[in-house]
Design a protein around this ligand. Structure first.
Ligand code: MLT
Length: 354
């Protein structure tokens, strides 16, 4: 098992609430257990979603909720609170670990500050598409990342939404090469790997919480951001952004999380049904992405007037610059060997890891 907590960078530690989370777990009174007080087994859980209704987070959450209700014979209901109503995604990680919210779906980049080894899933250009994402969230690597997250942050990953490649959008001009970003202010999540990726392209990005992103784009505080097509659509970013670059520097995966205190407060039978619902909802999320991404991409152009630009030169310049940052994060992801293992799992040449 990797002890990444000793090796994360000072900057990353600034974003990390891991030790506070561990401490608070000890005294957590779970919202779920309180909610159960009404009946022998009856409960209504709250699920936080950073995205608006209609995207991949919502689809995962809705599927999980109906499976849990069905499997519990109606004893457990799950209410969804989209659009960051229960706080920013990073806040909900904290709150889930303290039992203040029962469930949350967050983008993996917003979990990384709490458990640095999951950063291997955010290293630029490591994951090329849904099959890579599926391979890394299952099997040995998926199990290990889940165990590390539990250890580091008191958060249990129950399932995954697969949201697609993050595409760069902006309100200024078509962007095909990193040089086209000159002079633009780009919003990034509060994630060191993503900040560093933009720096490799010559941009000094603006790290902002997801819940503040639409307003910042609308008010021109920032010119652009990146997120998958389905998220761009669900968040109505087409109202404030006209250009999309068909890039794929990070594939967005969004874990469904529950605080471990909450999970341990459930009966064995409830734990089993929650884990099964998480697995089934994950499998549905993969199918949903494949079934909907292309038509949503088309509608962004045909119905909402966005212009899609292909990255110049098969994205080679973007890839070369961003991949050069990999070694800066070896310590936090568990060493170069971890990246080698990931690349081998994906059938990729491990010697590409510098
Ligand atoms: C972010 O950009 O912070 C997240 O990827 C947004 C999301 O959860 O969809």
């Amino acid at each position: 098992m990797i002890d990444s907590t000793q090796t994360q960078s000072a900057d990353l530690r600034d974003f990390s609430g891991a030790s506070a989370l561990k401490a608070s777990l000890a005294v957590a009174v779970t919202a779920a257990s309180l909610a159960m007080a009404g009946g022998a087994n009856a409960a209504t859980w709250k699920m936080a979603l950073g995205d608006a209704a209609g995207g991949t987070q919502y689809e995962l959450g809705k599927t999980f909720a109906s499976l849990v209700e069905e499997k519990s014979g109606g004893d457990i209901k799950v209410d969804l609170f989209p659009n960051g109503q229960l706080g920013s995604e990073q806040d909900t990680v904290n709150n889930a670990s303290m039992g203040l919210v029962d469930l949350s779906v967050v983008a993996i980049n917003n979990l990384t500050p709490f458990s640095p080894t999951v950063g291997v899933l955010t290293l630029p250009y490591v994951i090329h598409g849904p099959d890579d994402a599926k391979a890394l969230t299952h099997g040995k690597i998926g199990d290990e990342l889940r165990d590390n997250t539990l250890r580091d942050s008191g958060i249990r990953i129950l399932g995954w939404a697969y949201s697609g490649c993050r595409r760069l959008t902006n309100s200024k001009q078509a962007v095909a090469s990193p040089e086209d970003l000159a002079g633009m202010v780009i919003r990034v999540p509060k994630n060191e790997i993503m900040i560093s990726s933009y720096q490799s392209w010559g941009v000094n990005p603006n790290p902002l919480a997801w819940s503040e992103t639409f307003t910042a784009l609308q008010q021109g505080v920032v010119d652009g951001q990146d997120n998958p097509y389905i998220t761009i659509d669900a968040m109505k970013f087409y109202e404030v952004q006209n250009h999309v670059t068909d890039s794929c520097y990070v594939f967005s995966m969004e874990p469904l999380i529950m605080g471990e205190g909450t999970f341990q407060s459930l009966s064995e039978e409830q734990q089993t049904l929650v884990l099964a619902a998480g697995e089934e909802a994950t499998s549905h999320s993969y199918d949903y992405l494949l079934a909907t991404e292309d038509s949503i991409k088309k509608s962004l152009v045909e119905e909402h007037g966005m212009t899609i630009t292909q990255p110049a030169n098969d994205e080679k310049e973007w890839i070369a610059k961003a991949s050069s940052i990999w070694p800066d994060f070896y310590d936090s992801i568990g060493g170069r060997d971890k990246l080698v293992e990931v690349l081998e799992t994906l059938g990729r040449d491990p010697s590409t890891a510098p």
